[in-house]
Every structure is written in structure tokens, then in C-alpha cells.
Write a protein that binds this ligand. Sequence first.
Ligand code: DX5
Ligand code: ZN
Length: 215
Amino acid sequence: MPELKIAPSILASDFSRLGEEIKAVIDAGADWIHVDVMDGHFTPNITIGPPVVAALRPHCSVPMDVHLMISDPDAYIEDFANAGADIISFHIEAATHPHRVISKIKDCGCKAGIVLNPGTSQDDIEFVIDAVDMVLVMTVNPGFGGQKFIPEMVRKIQYVRAMLGDRDLEVDGGIDGTTAQAVIEAGANVLVAGSYIYGSDSYLDAIESLRNADR
Ligand code: DX5
Ligand code: ZN
């Protein structure tokens, strides 16, 4: 199993102080910073785009993990790579030619991740999984922070771990001290958490409790 990593989602942070909020979780031990990009088409919500990622890049001393929840990922890969993304993940449901998107991400010098909505089977990525660096299993439906973890996803995490070998398997949505234990045991090694970390009194304690959830 690859190394456990904690990736706070800035979606739950104070947007008026994004740079400080990023630095605060890095000081508290965050391994990656997770950036949720929503376009109002693929998701009901709209969040941030490449100019904000570029503005945050100097405030971020760890890898920027950019999660594209957008309808036409192919069209925006270069913009997010130029803005400073290190890892770019896109939804299989949104891509007409997923191999082409993966190649573009890698040609831009980034790591490529593919994302499954809760309703999408792991079978849908069978023929692209060899090309990716990471799979992200959504444990809520994309669109908002603070939603409830969908327990059926534990089984999907087990299936995807068996397909992935020792590459990164990320989970996103409703991750807290309790659900973290279940997903780590199922095979996840990158935990995204928004409201659990940014909603806590101590970012340090929240990150530590996720890191030690399976002990
Ligand atoms: C959901 C986003 C998540 C979200 C997680 O659409 O992809 O990254 O911010 O938030 P929590 O941890 O609050 O469920
Ligand atoms: Zn996300």
C-alpha cells in the first residue's frame, strides 16, 4: 500500500483568506492541497478557475491536487497546468476520449488522475486505468462540501485497489475520523477532507486523527 497522504480541500476554508488557510493546513501537516473546480454544468455549484490556482501557487509548498468537476476537461488542462497544478484529475463521466485527456495532462508535466462518481462502476475505467497515476473514488456526489459519506463506496474502493496495485487511490467526500478508518482499511491512501479539517478548532489535531484513523 502506498504512503498515506492527507489532502485538505480548500472548499471548506475561509475564501477571503485562501493563502493563509493553505499555509495553516500545511503547517499542520497536510501532504497535498486539494482544489475543487466546479463549472455549474457538471456540478450544480461554481467555484474557482485557473487564475485563482495561479494566485495560490506561491502560497503552496506541497503538491496542488486539482480536482476538475467540469464538463469539458480536455479544453482546460493546459490552463490548469500553467496555473501550477501538480496533479490533475477529471471525471470519466465528463470525458468523451479519456485516453486523450490523460495524455494531455502528462504532456503538460502533471500527474493524471481519473475520478468516479458514486453511481459509476469501476468497470468504466478498466481500459484506461493502466494510463493513470491515481484513481479518485467519490464518496459523495460532487458539488458541495459537508455531505454525508455513502457507505456502499467502501466496496468500490476495495475493487479499485485490486485494479490499481500500489498507485494512489484517493477518496473525497464525507471523510472524518470514523469514515477514514473504513476507507483506509478498504485500500484508500489519499484522504481528501474539507469540513472535517477546516471546521475543526485544531487543524493539527484533525489531520493527525485522520492519519492515525486505522490504528
Ligand atoms: C465535493 C468535493 C469535495 C469536498 C469535500 O464535490 O469534491 O472535495 O470539498 O468536502 P467534505 O470533506 O466536507 O465532504
Ligand atoms: Zn474534490
